[in-house]
Design a protein around this ligand. Structure first.
Ligand SMILES: [Zn+2]
Length: 357
């Protein structure tokens, strides 16, 4: 049976209690870093509402007793989706008439007003089988301005049985008026034993799980992908290249061309992580927690070439590059500019006076 991830249990119980009490809001914004399973949680919540025979939760959380919560009519049923009823089967087939998921039509594109308008009409209809008409919009921050404005209407006057689940790793990019009309459901980085144990079980290696979780900023699903797609080895090569460039033994422009073959957001995020750790080391947190604990000594060595102000500047630049890289027409140029900036910081490379644009 589908379950929330171990680190989502508290959030899950809280939503289930709201469902049982008939107090679920019309719009929820699930926000937080990528890799925490927000979208899976949204789908599971939708399933639990559209399942016709949800499996009741143990009642321990509410009253501490072994008895189940009294159910108050159809709207009070809460639990995990059974996986076999008509509702669950229709959801599995992608044909449930009371459920829609909205995403950009192509990778990297925006969610358009056309997509949102279709929803608006659909969502006011009475649910056919389920208890609600449920929409998941993901990533919600990819709605363009027109789409977001159109959605505001439905947030102001939600249908009686409508539930809107917005999912975003960049909630700050949403219209403030949209954010304020949604109930926030924040997902935060996971460093605890639940995430460690979950990852360790999948990787079969506790030490690797701990390192991958640290590198991924406490996001277990990203950590898993990182390991499974060769990300650890990629990162090792990236670091060797990066250190060589700071040494002046790798040409930044040639490196930019080479890095173009890699997933650019990952590369930028990795560089950003090193930059943050170097700033931590520079600031004197020599024994403190790092996102890249395995690179501590090598990062410390690189630190000798840069000061804290430069590192903070590079961090800001990398964040901007991550934003720009989405849909940037010339990612190679973006990488070149970044690397030329970095290479200008270190020893011999500084004397080459790399041009800036
Ligand atoms: Zn079911």
């Amino acid at each position: 049976m589908q379950q929330p991830y171990p680190w989502q249990q508290t959030a899950w119980q809280a939503q289930q209690q709201r469902i049982a009490a008939g107090r679920l809001p019309h719009a929820l914004l699930l926000c937080g870093p990528a890799g925490l399973g927000k979208l899976d949680f949204a789908h599971l919540l939708a399933r639990s509402l559209l399942c016709e025979q949800p499996v009741p939760l143990p009642a321990a959380s509410a009253h501490g007793g072994g008895d189940q919560e009294p159910l108050r009519g159809a709207t009070a049923i809460a639990g995990l989706p059974c996986g076999s009823c008509r509702g669950c089967q229709l959801l599995d087939a992608g044909t449930h008439p009371d459920f829609q998921a909205v995403q950009p039509e192509e990778e990297g594109k925006e969610i358009t007003i056309g997509q949102i308008r279709e929803l608006l009409t659909w969502q006011t209809l009475t649910p056919q089988y389920g208890r609600a008409r449920i929409v998941i919009i993901e990533p919600a921050d990819r709605m363009n301005a027109n789409a977001a404005n159109a959605l505001l209407k439905t947030l102001e006057e939600p249908g009686r049985d409508a539930l809107l689940l917005l999912v975003s790793a960049r909630p700050a990019a949403l219209l403030p008026t949209i954010r304020s009309r949604c109930q926030l459901l924040p997902f935060v980085a996971q460093w605890g034993t639940e995430a460690q144990a979950w990852l360790s079980e999948r990787l079969g290696d506790a030490a690797q799980a701990e390192l991958a979780l640290a590198i991924s900023g406490g996001t277990p699903l990203r950590a898993l992908t990182l390991v499974e797609t060769g990300g650890m080895e990629r990162r090792e090569r990236l670091f060797a290249d990066f250190a060589a460039m700071l040494d002046g033994s790798r040409d930044p422009v040639a490196l930019a061309a080479q890095w173009l073959e890699l997933p650019v957001q990952d590369t930028l995020a990795t560089l950003h992580g090193w930059c943050v750790d170097m700033a931590r080391l520079q600031a004197g947190a020599a024994d403190g927690r790092l996102d890249n604990p395995d690179l501590r000594q090598r990062l410390q060595a690189l630190c000798e070439r840069v000061d804290l102000a430069q590192l903070l500047h590079r961090q800001a630049q990398l964040q901007e590059a991550m934003r720009l890289a989405r849909g940037h027409p010339n990612v190679q140029l973006l990488l070149e500019e970044l690397l030329l900036g970095w290479s200008g910081m270190g020893g011999t490379a500084a004397r080459r006076a790399a041009p800036t644009r």
